[in-house]
Design a binder for this molecule. Sequence first.
Ligand SMILES: NC(=O)c1ccc[n+]([C@@H]2O[C@H](COP(=O)([O-])OP(=O)(O)OC[C@H]3O[C@@H](n4cnc5c(N)ncnc54)[C@H](O)[C@@H]3O)[C@@H](O)[C@H]2O)c1
Length: 389
Amino acid sequence: MSRDLRIAVVGAGFAGQGHAFGFRNAQMLPALEGVKVIMDTLVEPNAALAETVAAKYGFERIASSIDEIIERPEIEAVSLALPNNIYIDVVPQLLRAGKHVFCEKPLGLNAEEAAELTRIAEEAGVVTSVGFCRRRVPALAAMAQVIADGGIGSVHTFRASYFADYASDPRSPRTWRFQKDIAGGGAVADIGAHILDTVRFLVGDIEAVTACQLDTVIKERPLPTGGTGHNQGASATEVAPVDNDDNAVVSLRAKNGAIGVVSLSRIATGITDVFAIEVYGDKGWAKFESPHSDEFYLCQPEQSAPGLDGPRQIIAGPAFPYFSDVACMAGRGVGTGYGENMVAEIQEFCAAVVGQGEVTIPFAEAIPTMAVIDAAMTSARTGTEVPLA
Ligand SMILES: NC(=O)c1ccc[n+]([C@@H]2O[C@H](COP(=O)([O-])OP(=O)(O)OC[C@H]3O[C@@H](n4cnc5c(N)ncnc54)[C@H](O)[C@@H]3O)[C@@H](O)[C@H]2O)c1
């Protein structure tokens, strides 16, 4: 096949730059051989940021609103990385214009918005995908496969966490992430979306949030004074309230009967970004921690010689999902990281757009994860178990 694929990225902040990185490297996927991914337009209202990011990733044009990409049918595919409350306004316009859409997580403010976006996408008959990039970590994807194949037996419990310190400084500005009407939940929706999706990926669908605690430790923050993302300046005199959670503890019961806890913090001083999950079954256990993202630990006592039954460190390599399509040198132990995860998710999206495969995380797949976030917030408010539909 030989063809062009013109794309646009909407939002040039933290995650939008990740998308640009993904599109720039998408052609490493064999299914995209002969497909020329053209970085057509970067849509970003912050002109200075738009200039910098467009130059860095080689976009042909800059636009300040999506109107300019809607009116150009040659742009086939669009990715979005915006404050969460904007998706419900912007994504339907793109879908109805026939664009294939890759949207960041969380997919809107709640499950209702995710379902509405899914419905409109299905009506439009376009390809959709959601940025649950953790599913593209080769070691985590391989661990999911081992569990699905019964490698640790019947799963009965799990323990997961996501700790970060991007919000640990009380002097950092109250950006959109700290406002419930723009972001929805705090840690529970932001980093929580990733780890709750990972629980579903490894353990299965969730039957109920049995309990949840949400806590806002830093109750007010200075107003932003301009700039981008977490790097915005902060007012020395004016503050505003934070009305979503810094910390969360969510207790879950999966449909297969497994129970577990997910702990979250965005103010874990000194822990820059650590994402971890342990899954226990009746024949062993498996564990992943993001600072060692190219490995997982697998313990299968029945398959070990007597007395030599400890966990094995399994290193990612070409036998694992995604690895050969994203690694700069496709050799075991060479390593992959966040950038490669972004490449893998964008590769799959582009391949589906040009008819060379299916996406594994269409919009519909985000609805149950959004429902867990909603249920966690309800449980925290009511103090009761909240079953999922
Ligand atoms: N998958 C991941 O690992 C990951 C990481 C970070 C963020 N995210 C998600 O990405 C989204 C954006 O987060 P971020 O950290 O990049 O935020 P950010 O604040 O760094 O960037 C958002 C950008 O959107 C721009 N913007 C606002 N309204 C716009 C509009 N109508 N049209 C075009 N651009 C507009 C802003 O000017 C800003 O530059 C969120 O949904 C977040 O949950 C995902």
